[in-house]
Design a protein around this ligand. Sequence first.
Ligand SMILES: [Mg+2]
Length: 94
Amino acid sequence: MTLAEFQQLIRDRYYATDSARGAPATFLWFSEEVGELAEALGHLHRGDGSEDDLAAEFADVLAWLATLANITGVDLTEAVRRKYLDDGGPKGTK
Ligand SMILES: [Mg+2]
């Protein structure tokens, strides 16, 4: 599955609900998922985590990022191409 296909899947499944909620409230959901990813990383670091749980939290964060892109009109594939591929990508840090 490509990034574009994933973004479209999230759009097909959730766009109506996501767009009605709006970007500010959706960003709160995204932030909550980032917190869950942090928690999964912490558990793994302390030795009481699960790689399956970690992978699931990465998936959640990507899904909510795709949601934010969908409701703000950003094509993630194009954004990544422009920032990270064109002209050799960013110089130095991200
Ligand atoms: Mg989660």
